[in-house]
Design a protein around this ligand. Sequence first.
Ligand code: ZN
Length: 267
Amino acid sequence: MPELPEVETIKLQLKRKILNKKIKEVIVEDKRLIKGIPAQKFKSQLQGKAIKDIFRRGKVLIIKLEESLFLIIHLRISGWLTLSQTREKFSRLLLKFADNQVLNFCDQRVLGEARIVRDWRSLPIIKNMGPEPLELKKDEFVKLFDGKRTKVKPLLMDQNFLAGVGNIYAQEILFCAGIHPQRSAEKTKKEELEKIYSCLISILKDAIAKKGSSVDTYRQIDGSQGNYIPFLKVYQREDELCFKCRRPIKRKAIGGRGTYFCSHCQK
Ligand SMILES: [Zn+2]
């Protein structure tokens, strides 16, 4: 599932390519992707509108159009976006621009979402969202954990606690910080939370610089893979040697999610 670094990469790349371009034609190949309004209305609202701005909140991409409309794209589990000259395989929604470039919303399993709203801040998924990690100061991050009794890993992945971190980066952050994925929040000291914070910021920034991790269907908008996979320290490295202690990395289902960690380095 695309997380903050992947959606941020898509945002930055689309901004360079489609800002101020006018949508000439909208093709809905699969209505299941369109939420909130009928597909026909969705099409007529988009047609002829220019792209005014593109931003991101958590894992959600927000495209500002003329007339204060916002196209909200949530890639969820298996969606990806490409900008090309043609229709792509698994394209469920196509936006054609006047210069014949096509923004393809591809999703083999059709679990993603596209919707048009006027007030994007009041969408439930965004209204309840926690702070943006890259806008948080260290003491603000530590304060988020006040009174929390759950485990650290699911907390980091809880979008209402902190926006944008999912299963891959939560594991990488905890390995970097030396914290076991089953550690509970109330047993984590202030210095350890500060370490988690510094790992969170450095890993997210590094993953953005390397254009994200293509562990699944995620692609950059030109269709190429992100470059962060060789830098993953634990994710999908079961039985391979830990980069810190040379003992094998373990895998365990925690909260229903496959979790990789080093039982020697993470306490
Ligand atoms: Zn280790």
